[in-house]
Design a binder for this molecule. Structure first.
Ligand SMILES: Nc1ncnc2c1ncn2[C@@H]1O[C@H](COP(=O)(O)OP(=O)(O)O)[C@@H](O)[C@H]1O
Ligand SMILES: [Mg+2]
Length: 312
């Protein structure tokens, strides 16, 4: 199996002492759509800038398609298309002008560029606007133009930094659908966002970043399966022993348990089931001080991971 992106022990301290990344290990499988999620200042853009060799890490290794990029950045980045911020275009250029320029930069054959331009303009929904000046485009159209531009050389890895930031609801919808489509075509997506719904809709996996550290890494396919099942959050007055925790896992209906600063009992069933679980839990004689049935959703995980931030 190939990792389109892998970082090992990636750290970045900016001059002045801001530790933007601390020992970050991430792996993105080929074909995957990764949502790189975190609040402002978490280190998302810094990570992307390092992947794109726009800034150097203080420590650590970056691999693209299983190859260490050190000293080979140019060559390996040819297989990457990245959109970071809003591309600035001369107002009088048309999509056709821009794409043929990009084709020249990548030293692509003219007829290949023409064919590829047709494909990507079709994909991003700008075929009818191909001879219009981009100065007349809406923000959403410009963002889609930016995406067309990074696809011309047919890269296997697409890196997007907050791709729907600043767009109106219609623009957000179009760009999200477009990203899903690009992933369907087999390209790996590495996308940052601070929007939970965006990840839920687009990504197959989510990595949670906070203060430059990875605080979670979840497969959303598995998570969605669990959405059918439910969980109960339980807290006790003291930490449980391993033996006591095991007894929780043995309660009837409980499928598995997750221990963080609370204990989550995952179960399948209905309201009757939560009553039976509570009854059995009480019979164990453990010092319960909190019992809350909940459905397991991405938001619960988010709140669990970012609890420290939320309660600050
Ligand atoms: N060029 C820089 N010089 C100093 N500090 C920076 C620089 N770029 C980013 N930072 C700091 O690094 C941290 C992470 O920033 P960033 O990667 O932009 O976060 P995000 O994209 O997740 O919002 C922030 O505290 C930010 O202020
Ligand atoms: Mg950012």
């Amino acid at each position: 199996m190939t990792y389109a992106v892998e970082t090992i022990g990636l750290s970045k301290t900016f001059p002045g002492g801001v530790e933007a990344l601390k020992n970050l290990d991430i792996q993105v499988k080929e074909g995957e759509s990764l949502g790189f999620l975190g609040p402002n200042g978490a280190g998302k853009t810094t990570t992307i800038q390092i992947l794109l060799n726009l800034i150097k890490p203080s420590k650590g290794v970056v691999k693209l398609f299983d190859q260490n990029t050190l000293g080979r950045e140019r060559e390996l980045l040819k297989n990457v298309g990245a959109l970071v911020g809003m591309p600035g275009y001369y107002k009088s250029l048309t999509p056709d002008d821009i794409l043929s320029y990009v084709g020249r930069v990548f030293r692509m054959n003219k007829s290949v560029v023409r064919k590829r331009s047709n494909e990507v303009l079709d994909l991003v929904g700008l075929k009818d606007a191909r001879r219009r000046k981009v100065g007349t485009f809406s923000t959403g159209m410009k963002r889609r133009m930016g995406i067309a531009q990074i696809l011309v050389h047919d890269p296997d890895l697409i890196i997007l930094d907050e791709p729907t930031n600043g767009l109106d609801p219609k623009g957000v919808r179009e760009v999200r659908d477009l990203i899903k489509e690009i992933n369907k075509e087999g390209k790996t997506i590495f996308m940052t966002t601070h929007n939970l719904n965006e990840v839920d809709e687009i990504s197959s996996r989510v990595i949670f970043l906070n203060h430059g550290e990875k605080i979670g890494d979840r497969d959303l396919g598995e998570l969605r399966k669990q959405l059918g099942s439910k969980s109960i959050e339980v807290k006790f007055l003291r930490d449980l022993t391993d033996k006591e925790t095991e007894r929780l896992a043995e309660i009837n209906h409980v499928k598995d348990i997750e221990v963080t600063d609370s204990i989550y009992l995952r179960y399948e069933g209905n309201g009757e089931t939560t009553y039976e679980i509570l009854r059995d839990l009480v019979q164990l004689g453990l010092p319960i001080n909190h019992y809350r049935p909940m459905t397991l959703a991405l938001e619960d995980i988010y709140l669990m991971l970012y609890k420290e931030e939320v309660t600050k």
